[in-house]
Design a binder for this molecule. Structure first.
Ligand code: DSN
Length: 415
């Protein structure tokens, strides 16, 4: 960062502090990860300089030949990675990918069925404060109150009653495997389309640690920076040519202008890394780590939503601890363990307070942590939340976390 240091010391100093934070804290936000050095280099490359509205071979600017090469490679690699026929690698974010998805699958005002936000859905799946909730007629399903897992028979009943034009599956705070085949059967039964937003689990799917939605969904959207470990951004996949054509128009010119060349380049690199067989080992380890952390916390008296996990995340129900998610997030942050407060199903607290925390293992798995480390972290979390008024204990844990965290390399900094 020699140039930044020279011309903009204030920003240089802020980035240096962030490097230190990412190295000395335990990053356990379920939607975060550490991109590789190669992905970071691509993100910081000259590809950021180029305008290339349009798609490969059909641009509105001259000089796009290298951009075309890169975007075509990214598209082909996405298809290879997820065994899809068609893909679009231009969406700037998951929400923008979902916006283009709605524009390509249904009409404004159409009926859409999705998981409610407080049961694990996403803002762009019909929240009233998001464009989706304003433009479409959403109805929400949730999880079963007993199992805290999807009840496919209930979802089927609701779908028959509501007859949506589109059903959405794929969540931000649901720790269990999703049965995409069952969703396809339900959507066929009510003659609706099926959209899968696999943002959280796309790395697990790429690494064969979660079943793939591609044979069942009309369209699949995903961010690229979560378990998939690419740059910030998004993508879409489909096996249906007419749907992907509509999606392409839904992205450009409908909702986006110039594509972000640096991000598309970094997506291409990330897909290349995920095609490598080592990525399957990574995905497998994420789930092993998550299950070990779940067990470690259950052994120490914590209640987990759905009593476990099949993915990269666990959701802790803090109601038995008489502590809110907001408080737990703060106590953990004070010792360098970074998680986020999260609503749990049927949460009595509002979203700014919540009764739960969401914890993910994708980022720490990238740094090389394995099962025994997760058991240790479970103990650190237990001690932090149990002795939250004991300042001596807190400062001891803070030092322990720092020393422990620094012993694992950070991509782009140490490797
Ligand atoms: N906000 C992201 C998450 O943390 O799950 C999803 O967009």
């Amino acid at each position: 960062m020699k140039s930044i240091a020279k011309i903009d010391p204030i920003i240089h100093s802020a980035i240096k502090k962030e490097i230190n934070r990412q190295k000395t804290q335990l990053v356990m936000i379920a939607s975060e990860n550490y991109a590789s050095s190669a992905v970071l280099e691509a993100t910081g490359s000259v590809m950021t300089n180029k305008y290339a509205e349009g798609y490969p071979g059909r641009r509105y600017y001259a000089g796009c030949e290298n951009f075309d090469t890169i975007e075509n490679i990214a598209i082909n690699r996405a298809n290879e990675l997820f065994s899809s026929n068609f893909s679009n690698v231009q969406p700037h974010s998951g929400t923008q990918a979902n916006m283009a998805a709605y524009f390509s699958l249904v009409n404004v005002g159409s009926k859409i069925m999705s998981m409610s936000l407080d049961h694990g859905g996403h803002l762009s799946h019909g929240s009233s404060v998001n464009f989706s909730g304003k433009l479409y007629d959403f109805i929400h399903y949730g999880v079963d109150p007993e199992t805290e897992q999807l009840d496919y028979d209930e979802i089927e009943k609701l779908a028959k009653k509501f007859t949506p034009d589109l059903i959405i599956t794929g969540y931000t705070a649901y720790p269990r495997e999703i049965n995409f085949k069952r969703f396809k059967e339900i959507s066929d039964e009510v003659e609706s389309k099926l959209l899968v937003d696999m943002s959280h689990i796309s790395g697990l799917i790429a690494g064969n640690s979660h079943s793939s939605p591609i044979d069942f969904a009309d369209l699949v959207t995903s961010t690229t920076h979560k378990t998939l470990r690419g740059p910030r951004g998004a993508m879409a996949l489909s096996n249906n040519e007419s749907i992907i054509k509509k999606f392409n128009s839904g992205v450009f010119p409908n909702t986006q202008g110039g594509p972000m060349g640096h991000s598309i380049t970094a997506k291409a690199v990330a897909f290349y890394e995920a095609i490598d067989s080592k990525f399957s080992d990574y995905a497998k380890q994420i789930v092993i780590n998550s299950r070990t952390l779940a067990q470690s916390m259950e052994n120490r008296g914590f209640k987990l939503v759905s009593n476990g996990t099949d993915t990269h995340m666990i959701l802790v129900d803090l109601r038995t601890k008489s502590m809110s998610g907001m408080e737990a997030e703060r106590y953990l942050k004070d010792v360098g363990i970074i998680v986020n407060k999260n609503t749990i199903p049927f949460d009595p607290n509002p979203p700014m307070i919540t009764s739960g925390i969401r914890i993910g293992t994708a980022a720490l798995t990238t740094r090389g942590l394995v099962a025994k480390d997760m058991d240790y972290i479970g103990d650190l979390i237990y001690k932090t939340l149990t002795y939250c008024d004991d300042n001596k204990m807190k400062s001891r844990i803070l030092n322990e976390v720092k020393e422990f965290s620094e012993s694992f390399p950070v991509p782009g900094i140490d490797t």
